[in-house]
Design a protein around this ligand. Sequence first.
Ligand code: GLN
Length: 290
Amino acid sequence: MTGEPFSADIPSALSNAIGHMRAAGVPDPVRDARILLARAIDQPIDRLALFTQGTMSDRQARRFADDVRRRVNREPISLITGRKDFYGRSFAVGPAVLAPRPETECLIELALAERFERVLDLGTGSGCILFTLLLEQRTPAWGVGVEKCPDALMVAMENRDDFDLAVPPVLHRGDWYSGIENALPDGFPSFNLIVSNPPYIAASEMAGLEPEVRDHEPDIALTDGADGLSAYREIVSGAPKYLIPGGRILVEIGHMQADAVTGIFRAAGLHDIAVNPDLDGRDRVVSARA
Ligand code: GLN
């Protein structure tokens, strides 16, 4: 960043930070500057107004300047703070996982509409879907999260340890269904529910993503490196074997993928195929039954 070192005077540090972030094209620089300032001075964001006229220590000013520099470099706020809220809970995140997205809450709502006893989450990442489902459902349930990337699996384990789950879910390192039998206690029971928010961005669309996503979120969580549909083919291929008859499968999709994904589901012989919108009214979740 250009210019003199960051000021310990909070009003000028704030306006300086907002200016730098705005110049870098950060979409909401005022909000982000406030979040990073609150973090620098170790205060909850809703108490920030009490401090905005004061000064910071040099250490706090340096921390603020460092964080603002990262945001200017278009690192997402969630990577800077290491946390992201999802469905009312805070999750640990990091460079190895996709940060939980609000549109994925729509998959949660749909999944919770029916009771389940055993749930399988394919490509669990931070574990936000799996843990939220297990924590939100009133009746006891058990779950398995499959994740291919070892560093992502560590993040999921950290989140699992943070939540008070009656029956801790199994976190299994694997590629979709391969080797999943080894992760299950007694043979492999079938599931009532399979969920996934797979990498669904086509390779050709990667360049057009926001820098926060393209440059700072893991490629493996975003894209299959092909047409954006290979994950659905994999997920559907195991559904007959791993779902009980009548069991449900719910996958998040890109908003233009409804036709392609319902086609894949239909070809696999799944029933009750439906396309469900998110809160913005865009196609977001395809659901079906075995
Ligand atoms: N299941 C995780 C989520 O929904 C990770 C998804 C992914 O990495 N594509 O956030």
